[in-house]
Unconditional design. Sequence first.
Lengths: 469, 83
Amino acid sequence: MSESIIQDIQHKLNNKEVSCVQLVQEKIDALNASTKNANNSILAESALKQAADFDKQLASGKQLSGLEGIPFGVKDVYLLKGTISTASSNILKNYKSPYTATAIQKLIDAGAIPVSKENCDQFGHGSTNENSIFGTTKNAFDDSKVAGGSSGGSAVNVAQKNTVFSIGGDTGGSIRQPAGYNNVFGFKPTYGRVSRYGLMAYTSSSDCVGPFAETVKDIATTLNVMSGKDGKDQTSVESTSIDVNAFSKDIPAGTKVGVYKTFINHPSLDPSIKKEFHVLIEKLKDSGVTVKELDFFDGDTLTATYYIIALAETASNLSRIDGIAYGNRAMDKDSLASTYLDTRSEGFSEESKRRIIAGNQVLSVGYSDEIYKKALTVRKGIEAKFVKDFNEVDFILSPTAPSLPPTIGQSLKDPLNMYLSDMYTVGFSLGGLPTLSAPFEVANNVQITAAKGKDEEILRFAYAIEQSL
Amino acid sequence: MDKLEQLSNIKAGDVNISKITDFFETIKNVKDIDTLGSEDHIVKSDNLREDVVINCDPEEKALILDNFPAKQGTYLVVPKVIQ
């Protein structure tokens, strides 16, 4: 396995083994031919035009660098100027982006070529990619199974090599879990490291922009480009660039890893995943890593805390979508009130309506103190526990999901089970921590988490595991 | 439910929220929360930009107008506010 698909492709472009137009055309053909339902729209015309420009530069003797000439996918919740950005919803199915999200613009400025707006759960509402007007995205390896979600299309495109990398969005596990279901790398950076400007908001206090890729180095390369303070997102922060060339194949001596007992001993954890996770832990011990078992909140508490906060925030965020200035409006209604009511009732899916209505309940009198504020206090408790834990260990390792990808249709019958399947990812989201979902040993990937701002440390550790195990 | 439908501007129809509101009981029952040492993960910044109008480029303006759901000639049509 190559250390960097991005570098390999650029090497071929610079050596004229393939032209950029040929490369992009191959990706577009593969995206069009894919039967996985991973793409809401394919950006053939603009992508081929950009590719032709790079071919001219190559013909004039220029060598490509950075992300120049690299085709990538964009989850359809990011604005990309002039393209239709639907959030996989009926209400925005004709919405044209008036501007481009900061993270996506930085990638384009670095020379990357967007080739697809990728299927996802509507407004990020789902963990299976079944909540989409474009239909269910199928798992990269099994058409009867879900791709995971909400960034299912992005994970499948990378797994099928139809994009070199893709940009997903992770609120409660929406990058890490589909990365696990499709066995690619998926990274949720520290909250604020990448600007959220131009990402359709789901839960603003947890929403993160992150990449899917086939190698750790490609995750680091794309993350470096997207990172940084943005005046258009007050929660964004400065960060230092990750030195990809300094990655070592050796696991640093003295590395300490924590494992949460409540995660490993949870009754819903599939025995095969548990066994594979233990095999990985034993291999790390053999490599000199110290492993410590830690106490933590139980999965039910984590899931409840996350969902209560997420419901409240999504009810607020989506209140702006009412069909007045944009979106599909229900026409010829008697009043403003009936226009709002019919527009939103026709425009949102059942799952999104459930979350908006329940979110308004969370925020209403009689519930806001007892439920919402209590959830915020529990979140503080979770954050405090992480601070203590990362005084004892460098990384926490955990499964990404308790079970293997469900069969298509199964979760629609039992949404509660779908919500509970997020139990291993949501805690790290509440803490704003960086977490990598990595295809090491475990069928659904393993999560590697570190303290806030330690994104580089995770990727260095993962690179060493990638090279040594 | 009527009040929630009003707050949400959504007709609930067959939407069942009971599965998700089960979480309310879980959170009520959480006890002994130790928040000592917690760090708010959201950076609070007072480094705000000047409160001035910045004109968007003509292409952006055209796209914003193009997204408007109803038009009559050069007028943008909004629902009737006063009966």
